[in-house]
Design a protein around this ligand. Structure first.
Ligand code: EPZ
Length: 420
């Protein structure tokens, strides 16, 4: 197992390039199952989760290759076996995204039911109920979702919660259904909008993506696509905080600031200077940071995927901030690790009260999930002394060349073999 070792205190300086969005690449890779032929996906981040999704598509019968840097070719012209095995789904819950496309393309699908994960139970009941509204017969057999539908039929689907992958699964299934589907209380994330953009390029007829009402007019067939994926807004937010927490000054390129409006607003309230310029996003700070409260919410609210990183920044800011997590039930696992570094954080139900204003101390800490591990790297950049982060495989799931990018900004960081 590898560890990341950081000596904190270096103000980051220089330019960093943001990679393609993981949470756009994963549903778009699944969408290629809706058509026969070769699709080309560009600006695809080379991440563990992308490789896992590629492995799953290969098991299903597609041919998936990186034909150039960050360029993926997915050939779905061969026979398609609508089966997603447990050993892959347990590695990555986003495997559930093949359910809708397989059902639409083949009329049947057997997908392992994702178990829980570190940050919460994360059921898929809304995915299944939505597919039943489109006429699917769903049963659970030995831990597998078995879905059957000779022909999906458009219908109105009302989601209790604006689930991101649930909205994506249902949009993909409805794209080939007979007639009109209306998804009410749909997720509005930029990645949902990006998927609709790709599906429409493939011949689908989707309107309203990015709002809470999505209308899908079913198409007879879809054609392969050539598409370049939007930048990763969570990576962008993570680097803005990396600059701010080290009192650095960086330029962020290939990013789309409008996808992070609430995060940018909260950071500016705290005293981070963020300038959206022609040559990129310039990040700096004008002296002491002030504490700011946040509450996570579905898009366009403050994204839960930025909560851990923002909490780490509040350890530096003067005063007390309240961080409230409303999306997942167990997304404070970074708190105990930050406290080992000297952070003053008290959890009270779904809120964490952070008293900032003093340095953290380097320590050996353990990553538990993707975004928590990013927050520990940020803490290491800020802390006095050496921080050693274990189980860094979590990071590799969602950040492309994270250590290299930070090193190029001057961080004193390295990866080396280490203990469990
Ligand atoms: C997506 O997960 C993202 N993953 C997550 O990013 C992100 O944290 C999450 O959306 C929220 O923004 C991908 O896009 C691949 P949800 P998803 O369904 O779709 C409950 C990362 O770090 N729910 O919107 O699984 C659920 O339990 C990852 O990149 C149901 O109850 O999230 C949760 O409390 C982590 N029933 C809430 O809704 C369902 O059928 C939001 O979940 C579905 C969801």
């Amino acid at each position: 197992m590898e560890v990341i070792e950081i000596e904190g205190g270096v103000p980051l300086k220089g330019t960093v390039y943001i990679s393609g969005a993981k949470n756009a690449a994963l549903p778009i890779m699944a969408a290629t199952l809706l058509t026969e032929g070769k699709s080309i996906l560009r600006n695809v981040p080379e991440l563990k989760d992308v490789k896992t999704k590629a492995e799953l598509l290969e098991i299903i019968g597609a041919r998936v290759n990186f034909i150039a840097k960050n360029t993926l070719e997915v050939d779905t012209s061969g026979p398609i076996e609508p089966f997603a095995p447990y050993n892959l789904v347990k590695q990555m819950r986003a495997s559930i995204l093949v359910l809708g496309p397989l059902l639409a393309r083949r009329g049947v699908a057997r997908v392992s039911l994702p178990g829980g994960c570190a940050i919460g139970a994360r059921p898929v009941d809304l995915h299944l109920r939505g597919l039943e509204r489109l006429g699917a017969k769903i049963s659970l057999e030995k831990g597998y979702i078995v879905a059957k539908a000779s022909k999906l039929t458009g219908n109105e689907i009302v989601l209790d919660i604006p689930t991101v992958t649930g909205t994506e699964n249902l949009m993909m299934a409805a794209a080939l259904a007979k007639g009109r589907t209306v998804i009410v209380n749909a997720a509005r994330e930029p990645e949902v909008e990006e998927l609709a953009r790709v599906l429409n390029k493939m011949g689908a007829n989707i309107s309203g993506a990015g709002t809470n009402i999505i209308i899908v007019e079913g198409a007879k067939e879809l054609v392969p696509v050539d598409h370049s994926i939007i930048p990763d807004r969570i990576e962008t937010g993570t680097f803005i905080i990396a600059s701010a927490i080290t009192d650095g000054e960086i330029i962020i390129k290939n990013a789309e600031l409008s996808h992070l409006a609430v995060v940018v607003e909260k950071l500016r309230q705290s005293g981070v200077v963020i300038e959206n310029r022609k040559d990129g996003i310039k990040v700096s700070t004008d002296g002491k940071l002030k504490s700011v409260d946040i509450t996570t919410a579905p898009y366009p609210g403050f994204p839960t995927d930025m909560q851990a990183q923002f909490m780490t920044l509040m350890c530096k800011a003067e005063g007390r901030s309240v961080v409230t997590e409303t999306v997942f039930e167990n997304r404070f696992m970074h708190v105990s690790e930050l406290k080992r570094m000297g952070a003053d954080i008290v959890i009270n139900g779904r809120s964490a009260i952070v008293t900032g204003g003093r340095k953290l101390q380097g320590a050996t800490v353990m990553a538990t999930d993707l975004r928590a591990s990013a927050s520990l790297v940020l803490a290491g950049l800020f802390a006095e002394g050496i921080t050693e982060i274990r189980r860094v495989y979590h990071l590799d799931r969602g950040y492309e060349r994270f250590v290299e990018k930070l090193k190029s900004l001057g961080a004193n960081i390295k990866r080396r073999p280490g203990e469990l």
